[in-house]
Every structure is written in C-alpha cells, then in structure tokens.
Design a protein around this ligand. Structure first.
Ligand code: GAL
Length: 353
C-alpha cells in the first residue's frame, strides 16, 4: 500500500523521468509519470482475482515522445478537443493557436501538456495514496493568454476508484479545459480490439459535428440512432453502420451531452463479460468524448512489446463541449483572472455480478 517512486527514463533533452506507483489494500495499482502527468499503468482485478492492466501505454519515454498523435494516458491542456480555425477571440482580442488537426486546433496544439515535465508532490496517506502533478504554463503558452498554474491529482481509493482532480488558475481571463486521454480495454491492454465490450452513456443527445469533427451547434437526439448508449451496447454492434455521424467520426468520436447538473454524477460505464470487469465513469463536466481508437494505426509497439491494433482501446474524455468558445450557447470553459477552475473525474472498478 502507498506510493513507490522509481526512475522511468530520460527525455530526449536529458530530463530524468520518474514513475509513481499508487497501490491500495486490494492490490489495485495506478502508475503515473511526471512526464506529461501520464497515466501509464492501471491494474485492476478481474473476475478470477487476476490483475489486468487496462490502459494503453509505452515502456519508454521515447515511446511517448515519438508517438504524439495518440495521447495514450495523457493529461491534455490547456484545451482538450478542437477549436475551429485554430483561433478564438476573447474580449475583442484574437488569439491564434497551432493548426495541428487540419486547419483546426486539437488538444492545445503541438506543444501539449502531455510532453511537459511536471513538478510532483506525494501525499502519503496509505488508505488513499495520491500524487499531485503541477505545471506552470506561461502567458501565451500555445497561444493562450494568462500565466496559468495547473495541477492534476491522481488518488487511488480503498473502493478501487482512481480519482483525477484538476485545479488551475490564471492571472488573466483564459480558456481552461483539461482532460485525460486514457484508452481503456477491460480485457487488458494487450488483448486486441474493444469491439465486444459494452458501453453505456447517460446522454440523450450529442453535439452534431461536421466532417472535421467541429460542432455545428446543433444538439441531436440519440434516439433511434447508433449513437444511443442509454442502455448497454457493444462498441462493435453498430460502429460500421451506414450513418453520417459515424462516417464523419470514422467510428465513435463524438461529444455526448451528459445530462449536465454541474455536480458529480455517473456519466458512463464500460463492461466486459470476458474479464467480468465493470468501469463506471463520473464527472462534473457537461461533455464527454467517446473515442474508440479509430486512428490507432497498428504501428505502435506498446507496453511489453504489444502492438495495439485499431480500435483496441476506448477513451472517455470528460470535457466542456468541443469548440465551446465559438458557441456562446454552450457552457464556456472560460475562467476570469484569479478564478479557480476545478473539476473531477472518477473511474470506479468492480466485478460484474
Ligand atoms: C481524440 C479525438 C480524435 C483523435 C484522438 C487522438 O480526442 O477526438 O479525433 O484526434 O483524440 O488520436
């Protein structure tokens, strides 16, 4: 139980990267890196009591440095998902950003938080060990205004919940919309595709997006469509149906409107009959991107020499709606100077009964 630190490797600039392992009394483990505040390993018990590592990752820093378009386990900042036209206007001033996804901005830009070194604080509470990773993001970092102090705390509780708590504050009005980009596979990261695993999402609607995954502003009901996960469906059941939303997303790559209350609530679940593992996702944000690893090219050697095929992991990216800054009708990820942004995401694991 508790926290163990070890040397993981070095960045190409020669910075020393450490791995922090949290372990609870049930034997569940979560390992994070101070490089990118990346969640690298998550071992949870299956129905036979064996521990499966249920997230994608790499065994070297180089793996993460070389593959910068999949964001395995990454902490995304300053703004998750897309900003149309790679620019936005705040108080009359235009802020150009990196166009790193066609002509749009994705996950903050080329120099995302997933490749930064974080400062670490360990909290040695043996029942619920936690590690806090903090980062100073200077004014105009990635093109965003304001000196921002950002931190993410990973905490492992006694009831097999991994909790991610974000806190950030800037000295100027700015956009803050961090998320975590873990790819889950409840049969183990090495087990192949997630098409036979079942998803449930507490959402009646999703944000309609164009072929570049930019929302049009329309919220579309999931009723009668392959986007409807209000009850459990396998990911593979409808993913290749003739459907415009699925065509534009190359599969599921959509923001669900998760029945916003502004409070912590269950928003989604993933389960596997094979391993007997159930994962429930909680968040206090209005949106969640369901992304089924459609762009994994199958050319990446991950942990233990495993090659991850297309659709071998599924992401549940808790977030403000994509491109919210261009849609005043969406809840805004804009925070005033000296206003604290706080948000929490929980992944709770149990065995199916
Ligand atoms: C997701 C995004 C996908 C893809 C992926 C990274 O969050 O919605 O379209 O860019 O990140 O490969």
């Amino acid at each position: 139980m508790g926290i163990t630190k070890r040397k993981f490797g070095e960045t190409k600039n020669g910075e020393c990267v450490s791995a922090y392992l949290l372990k609870n009394a049930n034997g569940m483990e979560a390992e994070m890196l101070d490089f990118g505040a990346i969640l690298r390993v998550l071992k949870v018990p299956d129905k036979n009591g064996a521990f499966l590592d249920v997230v994608h990752g790499f065994d070297s820093v180089k793996g993460y440095e070389d593959h910068n378009d999949t964001y395995y386990g990454a902490t995304i900042g300053r703004c998750g998902n897309r900003i149309a036209g790679a620019q936005f206007v705040l108080d009359g001033k235009t802020y150009p950003l990196d166009a790193n996804d066609g002509k749009n901005n994705l996950h903050g830009g080329f120099a995302g938080y997933e490749h930064r070194m974080f400062t670490v604080r360990e909290m040695q509470d043996n029942d619920t060990p936690s590690v806090c990773f903090s980062l100073h993001s200077p004014d105009m970092d990635q093109g965003f205004p304001g000196n921002l102090d950002f931190c993410i705390t990973y905490q492992l509780t006694a009831d097999n919940t991994l909790q991610l708590s974000y806190a950030a504050m800037s000295d100027q009005k700015t956009i803050i919309n961090p998320t975590n980009h873990s790819y889950f596979n409840l049969n183990g990261h090495q087990s192949g595709t997630i098409l036979d695993q079942e998803v449930m999402i507490c959402a009646d609607a999703f944000t309609w997006a164009d072929a570049e995954s930019i929302p049009t502003g329309e919220l579309v009901s999931v009723e009668g469509t392959p986007m409807d996960f209000r009850s459990f469906h396998t990911i593979g059941e409808r993913i290749d149906q003739e459907d415009t939303a699925l065509k534009y997303g190359n599969g599921y790559d959509h923001n669900y409107c998760v029945n916003d209350t502004g409070k912590m609530k269950k928003i989604a679940a993933l389960r596997s009959a094979r391993s007997g593992i159930l994962m429930e996702v909680e968040s206090d944000l209005p949106g969640m991107q369901l992304y089924t690893g459609n762009f994994i090219k199958g050319n990446q050697t991950g942990k233990g020499g495993v090659c991850y095929p297309r659709r071998s992991g599924v992401c549940f990216e808790t977030q403000y709606y994509p491109d919210a800054i261009h849609h005043p009708e969406f809840k805004q990820p804009v925070y005033a100077a000296n206003e604290t942004m706080r948000s929490t995401t929980r992944y709770h694991f149990s065995i199916l009964s």
